[in-house]
Design a protein around this ligand. Sequence first.
Ligand SMILES: [Zn+2]
Length: 263
Amino acid sequence: MNWIDTHTHTYDPAEGQPKAQALVEKALEAGVYKQILGGVDLHSVAPIMELCRAFPGTVYPTIGLHPTEVRQDYMQALDLLYRHLDADAAQEGNTPYVAVGEIGIDLYQDKTFFHQQQDAFRTQLRWAKERRLPVVLHVRNAFEEAWHILKEEQDGSLRGVFHCYSGSVEQSARVLDLGFLFGIGGVLTFKNAGLPEVVRNVPLDSLVLETDAPWLSPVPFRGKPNDSSTIPIIGHKLADILGITPQEAARATTANALRLFGL
Ligand SMILES: [Zn+2]
């Protein structure tokens, strides 16, 4: 079976974890044949590109300013990231980035820069439209706020995925209405999570798998550092919930990821 991890931070292993390249090899052995690395800020660009160059056709980069990295100086940060988007494209002959992300709104711990977060989000959505790239969304405790901006910016060309989707069934209908997909990770294996109800109520072609490694390890590894080799555990859980075979879950989620990111 061929699986894809659509969201991982393998380039930045947790303390005590093997090095990034060893983690990619481990995932390959587990049947996870492609991984998409989530960019979070300017500092993540170099380690992401280094890992992508070591595994061409296997590991792919995204670029963006994560909402929790948006601060007073966000305009300068955006300017530098945008220059990377241009310069790296010129160097590689074509953009190496498969998405703009992680971008979005996060009001979980800190609302100080809410207005800046909104502006940074909108700016980066426009980069994606201009470059015809999908977006990887990080939305936490801010579904309404993010949805409002997406609705305004959706001109028919915006595509993307709600990474680590944590919304309700009602909200998931609005995600589908926007034409977006759901990133499903280790949370699916947690007790008391509402996610099984969501995945049962949306089409299989709207689901992609992700780890968000080194975070969110699925049961039975919950609390330990995660890596992309746990994708089949999440895939098997999805198959269980939907009453389909793991092969069908792999085939569908892989096809959805290939289509979304144009791999
Ligand atoms: Zn992430």
